[in-house]
Design a protein around this ligand. Structure first.
Ligand SMILES: Cc1cc2nc3c(=O)[nH]c(=O)nc-3n(C[C@H](O)[C@H](O)[C@H](O)COP(=O)(O)OP(=O)(O)OC[C@H]3O[C@@H](n4cnc5c(N)ncnc54)[C@H](O)[C@@H]3O)c2cc1C
Length: 422
């Protein structure tokens, strides 16, 4: 009998390989299998590395597709995990309403909260580069600076001293800190009130929360993640792999990430667990300043919860309310609209004639302990939570998602997550 040709031998070998891999690649509804860790993983993987993950892909279900879920999903998927993202698109998602200011060096926060806030801002250029590497270019992230404004020069002295110390510690990403007189302030943002002076932080950035969320989800999908448009429910399972019901399906995974923002408590309550988060309503109004190029305007921070963020299309967002005790009630209210506009006009009277485009409402996941809640749940194997970012989630979520992905795939919690353990 004639020996099979070299080509036939190669084809037969490939067929054997494919059969073998289809036996070991997990199916979401397939039989239970032991948790498969990505052996030896110790750092970010890049496109092309995915071949290593084919044999034992780690199945993760991410519940929630706001910035927290999208960030975790992207970080997991780019490392080769088999990711499914469930989200029914509830009204009041915080991410779709967020202002988009990335400038922690101007904040008054301290301790582990500030450390994560600052690390989150420093990580942004890296996550933008990772998205570009995955073929996702549009994020609407731009470093146009952050401008602290006030009428009292003594108050600005304090802010300048703090911003300078923080910028020195942060390095290049925070850029330069400089003091600006009234004319210079209005040269940057012409609509501001005449009595305001400022402190300018050149590394301050802004990002469109919707675009960034969609970019991370697209990046996850480029790495094989799937989307499921259902409201998920965790099925109690004290032993064995966690299960999730979403729509008409029951899915099994090696790990589940609860990234359901303000709704995280609803998911965990049936398991006898309740992470300390509650919804805090935020209303933010978008204005169009017809015929004005706002693309280079810095974010304006008047030392209160209210601010002004400019985008490229002559659009300026002013906000936002912080309505603790609002419950799950994502409405534009008369009082909220009045508060947002009167605060905006008090620092930027030049906006009075702008066109009102829309008011967005988001429910921030407000942590009662003051810190985000991130990590594996005790006594609930394979269930992790990432929520409680309050008013800083757009900044903090990408780096936190990355650290959580490492914790899940390596089986070791990175030291930087320790202060936020559930
Ligand atoms: C007005 C406003 C301005 C802000 N400005 C800034 C800013 O300038 N800079 C900054 O850093 N941060 C800002 N934030 C904060 C930031 O937006 C939030 O911290 C962040 O978006 C929270 O993200 P998240 O993914 O945890 O929650 P969300 O974005 O609320 O996402 C939670 C998701 O979970 C889904 N979900 C809920 N239950 C289930 C379930 N059972 N099954 C499946 N899915 C479920 C929901 O549909 C939702 O999509 C702002 C927030 C607001 C409201």
């Amino acid at each position: 009998m004639r020996e099979p040709s070299w080509g036939w031998r190669l084809l037969a070998a490939l067929t054997r390989c494919r059969r073998l891999s289809s036996q070991v690649v997990p199916r979401l509804q397939g039989p239970k299998r032991p948790a498969a860790r990505l052996a030896g993983y110790s750092g970010p993987r890049h496109r092309g590395d995915h071949r290593r993950a084919v044999v034992s892909r780690h199945r993760v279900i991410v519940i929630g597709a706001g910035i927290a879920g999208a960030s975790a999903a992207f970080a997991l998927a780019r490392r080769g995990a088999d990711v499914t993202i469930a989200d029914p698109g509830l009204d009041g998602q915080a991410t779709q309403a967020s202002a988009g200011i990335i400038a922690p060096w101007a904040s008054s926060s301290e301790g582990p909260f500030y450390d994560l806030y600052a690390a989150g801002a420093a990580y942004y250029p890296q996550v933008i580069a990772l998205l570009a590497e995955a073929g996702v270019e549009r994020t609407d992230y731009r470093r146009t600076g952050a401008l602290i404004v006030h009428a009292d020069p003594a108050r600005l002295d304090e802010e300048q001293a703090r911003a300078e110390a923080r910028a020195r510690a942060a390095g290049d990403v925070a850029g330069e800190v400089s003091r600006l007189g009234g004319d210079d302030v209005r040269a940057l943002v012409p609509v501001l009130a005449p009595e305001l002076e400022g402190v300018f932080i050149s590394g301050g950035a802004r990002v469109d929360g919707r675009t960034m969320r969609d970019a991370l989800l697209a990046g996850a999908e480029r790495h094989g993640a799937r989307r499921l448009p259902g409201r998920a429910r965790l099925l109690p399972r004290p032993h064995g792999a966690p299960r999730v019901e979403a729509g008409s399906q029951v899915l099994e995974a090696d790990d589940v990430v609860v990234a359901a923002g303000a709704w995280a408590g609803d998911l965990l309550a049936p398991l006898g667990l309740r992470p300390a988060v509650e919804p805090q309503r935020g209303q933010i109004t978008h204005l169009r300043v017809e015929g004005v190029d706002t693309s280079g305007w810095p974010s304006v921070l008047p030392l209160s919860h209210h601010y002004l963020v400019a985008f490229d299309d002559s659009r300026v967002a002013v906000g936002a309310t912080r309505e603790t005790g609002s419950g799950f009630d994502p409405r534009v209210t008369a009082r909220g609209q009045w508060e947002v506009l009167s605060d905006a006009f008090s620092i930027a009277p030049g906006l009075a004639d702008a066109t009102l485009i829309e008011t967005r409402v988001g429910l921030r996941p407000l942590p009662s302990g003051g810190l985000p809640v991130v990590g594996a749940l005790p006594r609930m194997p394979g269930v992790h939570v990432v929520t409680g970012f309050g008013a800083a989630g757009l900044t903090m979520a990408p780096i936190t998602g990355d650290a959580l992905a490492r914790a899940i795939l390596d089986g070791e919690t990175p030291a930087e997550l320790a202060p936020f353990a559930p």
